[in-house]
Design a binder for this molecule. Structure first.
Ligand SMILES: [Zn+2]
Length: 437
């Protein structure tokens, strides 16, 4: 039975996986002096070495105690669980463990351990288990997330999240994802399926809830951001994700907050700014609960968002004002043009009238300048007070026979016969039509 952990003076130690022959001998000598004991049954441990197993502890006569067997099995299950993870997973797990252990040294309320070791009876394990007073936290690191469409991994993680909750632990996830699917022009982030489930709700998120509640009193809020909100009465529920990546040889956590929105694919959420980066030590600082933020950067982040909101709000109303002005100008121009056209038409008719009176005075028989039925109507109204029924009679009975295009011919007949009334014109037209036939 391979046991890499042992206890010296109540502190837990882990043996190196590889060692020189000299180092192995040294460990063996220390073991002979009863230096190592099982962390569970406190029995004396001996040191062994195998080519494949490396250096390891064993109970005497290879009789491992039950607890240590159980943890060994848990470790095997845990190793299968993290098979898909990359190298960075171990690094971050170690950082998390160190950071929290350091805090635990000065705070007896905090207890920390590797998940499979602290809770060997679980079916699935958090990487790090933490207890703060009577709250338990399940910290997990997920690396190797490249695709938004990795449904299998997404399902696994969502289920694990649920399982941790059922086991009375509050899950916290760190996801190694280099790129977020951000639709900048819509101010939205499209979430990976699992993110909708695993996103955290911290005290900072609750602060954002109240900030948004006040900003969203402006009913145009989402219009300013051009965000296609999925429902009229969106519930204000801000969540946060913690993305990890290496930045100039440092591993950092990026805090990204969003307002939960769509619960069907695509899982679009309202993006709250660009988030900010913090070192791991800030992320896992414990004050009643995990801080998962940096107070200074958080205040700056909120302020930037408020400024952006105010700018967009101003731009939106300014744009509306300009558009209204443009429409008003367009309307004014249109009105002016109409007025001009009307004036032109009046001038034209006045000219015709003048010309016709001149012709009449001079007894001129030349072709008149009547060019349309409208002109004819107008002239007859001026001269003999053509009524609506008379006009209808002219249009329906005589024009078809004279020809609709021959309005000027009718006018010429009118002048030629010096008609004084519609009755006279009617007689002239009847004669004209019968002769033509
Ligand atoms: Zn034991």
């Amino acid at each position: 039975m391979r046991e890499a952990l042992h206890v010296i003076d109540n502190e837990l130690y882990r043996l190196p996986y590889s060692a020189t022959k000299e180092e192995v001998n040294n460990f063996k000598k220390l073991a002979d002096k009863d230096l190592f004991q099982c962390p569970h049954c406190k029995a004396k441990l001996i040191v062994k070495y195998g080519d494949t197993k490396g250096i390891y502890f064993s109970h005497q006569h290879s009789e491992a105690c039950e607890e240590s067997r159980k943890i060994d099995q848990a470790e095997n299950r845990y190793n299968r669980q993290i098979e898909r993870e990359t190298k960075i997973h171990n690094t971050i797990q170690a950082i998390l463990y160190d950071e929290i252990s350091n805090q635990a040294k000065n705070n007896t309320m905090i207890k920390v351990g590797y998940g499979y070791r602290a809770k060997p009876d679980l079916k699935e394990f958090p990487d790090i288990w933490v207890k703060v007073a009577d709250r338990e936290f399940a910290l997990s690191v997920i690396t190797n997330v490249n695709s938004l469409v990795d449904n299998k991994l997404s399902n696994t993680i969502s289920k694990r999240h649920q399982y941790f909750l059922e086991q009375g632990m509050e899950p916290i996830w760190f996801v190694e994802k280099k790129e977020q699917a951000i639709e900048r022009e819509k101010n939205s982030i499209v979430l990976w399926d699992a993110e909708l489930t695993i996103a955290a709700k911290t005290n900072q998120d609750r602060e954002w809830d109240s900030l948004l509640a006040s900003l969203m009193k402006d009913t145009m809020f989402f219009k300013y951001f051009n965000y296609p909100v999925s429902t009229e009465n969106i519930a204000i529920d801000v969540r946060s994700m913690y993305y990890i990546y290496s930045n100039e040889d440092r591993i950092v956590v990026k805090v990204q907050r969003f307002l939960k929105d769509r619960l069907v694919k695509p899982y679009r959420a309202f993006l709250l700014g660009d988030g900010y980066e913090i070192p791991f030590s800030d992320a896992v600082l414990i004050k009643n609960e995990f801080l998962l933020s940096n107070p200074t950067l958080e205040a700056q982040y909120q302020n930037e968002f408020i400024q952006k909101f105010k700018q967009l709000q101003f731009d939106f109303h300014e744009q509306q004002r300009i558009e209204k002005e443009r429409q008003q100008q367009e309307e004014d121009t249109r009105q002016k043009l109409m007025q001009e056209m009307l004036q032109q038409e009046q001038d034209r008719r006045k000219k015709i009238l003048e010309q016709v009176s001149k012709q009449k005075l001079q007894g001129n028989q030349e072709r008149s300048s009547v060019s349309s039925y409208d002109d004819l109507k107008f002239l007859l109204k001026e001269r003999i007070g053509l009524t609506q029924p008379q006009q209808m009679e002219l249009w329906n009975i005589y024009m078809p026979k004279v020809g609709y295009k021959n309005s000027s011919m009718v006018w010429d007949l009118f002048i030629e016969h010096d008609c004084k009334s519609f009755n006279e014109l009617r007689v002239v037209l009847q004669n004209f039509i019968s002769v033509r036939r």
